[in-house]
Design a protein around this ligand. Structure first.
Ligand code: GLN
Length: 289
């Protein structure tokens, strides 16, 4: 005798119906996002969703799910709805006070960790820390290093502070409200920056998630996108120890100009590293006397 087909179960059908709504509005991974939203309202783990698909959601959970689904369908970024994102295998709290850490920025962190470790670095500066992801990842992987992280946005620094505490690196990461390196004491063995680099004329073409919900000041790099990077390149030499390096994340097509700017800022041995999509994403220069 054939086993009776089970009727669609509550969690499973909630996921299916949310996924359907998200797919209608063109969200790229509707199923995965629907699962994430259901997990967020029900507080159950990934495994438990799979093992107990017939678990019931309460009326309250269903109405929360309804509200989150409507916001996501209106293109609010998923990490803002969940309040969290993973970066460099660590969970970070995120909010509209800062942009959501991107996977390509892991290339910047990886390259910097490798070089800082080889150079026996003790002091790092991160410029424009946002939610603090780069500074925390650096501090976590380099226990010898003290990090100074700056941002012009005070709300971003409050978020960064939360992330530092969460990962128990608060004592080794100092957060400073500053424009680039203004007022920051050197010398450091490395300076990292993922500054705003989107060209102003590209801004309107960004995905709605980015354009309509992330803080514009953290993305817009002016007419050629390099406005902040250009100002920083003038400052880095004086904040680096001899043998130290500066590592910058840049946008598609900006690496060669950024390399020139680092060179004009008296750094040498310029390196360019591509991301997984083959885009030159990180530019590094060294201070050599
Ligand atoms: N990579 C981001 C984007 O695609 C831009 C990040 C930045 O400006 N630093 O929107």
């Amino acid at each position: 005798m054939r086993e009776a087909i089970k009727p669609p179960s509550p969690v499973a059908s909630a996921i299916a119906s949310v996924a359907g709504r998200l797919s209608e509005v063109g969200i790229e991974r509707p199923r995965a996002e629907a699962e994430a939203l259901v997990r967020a309202v029900s507080g159950v783990s990934r495994e438990s969703v799979l093992l107990h698909p017939d678990r019931r959601l309460s009326a309250d959970q269903l109405s929360q799910l309804e509200a989150l689904t409507a916001r996501r369908a209106a293109r609010e970024p998923l990490p803002y709805l969940l309040g969290e994102v993973e970066f460099y295998s660590l969970p970070f709290r995120v909010s509209p006070s800062a942009i959501v850490p991107r996977p390509e920025t892991e290339i910047l962190v990886e390259a910097a960790i490798e070089r800082a470790r080889a150079a026996g670095a003790r002091r790092a500066i991160e410029v424009g820390t946002g939610c603090g992801a780069i500074a925390v990842a650096l501090a976590q992987h380099l226990p010898q290093v003290r990090v100074t992280a700056t941002d012009v946005s005070f709300p971003a620094l409050l978020l960064a502070r939360e992330n530092c505490r969460r990962h128990k690196v608060g004592r080794r990461v100092s957060l400073i409200c500053a424009d680039l390196l203004a007022g920051v004491r050197g010398p450091a063995d490395c300076i990292l920056a993922n500054l705003p680099y989107v060209r102003t004329d590209e801004f309107e073409q960004l995905e709605p998630e980015v354009r309509d919900f992330e803080p514009r000041a953290a993305l817009d790099g002016g007419a050629d996108g390099l406005g902040h990077i250009r100002r920083l390149c003038v400052q880095v030499f004086d904040h680096l120890a001899d043998g130290g390096f500066a590592a910058l994340e840049v946008g598609a097509g900006q690496a060669s100009e950024a390399a020139k700017l680092l060179g004009a800022g008296r750094l040498s041995r310029i390196e360019v590293i591509a991301d997984h999509a083959g885009i030159d994403r990180v530019v590094i220069g060294w201070r050599r006397e």
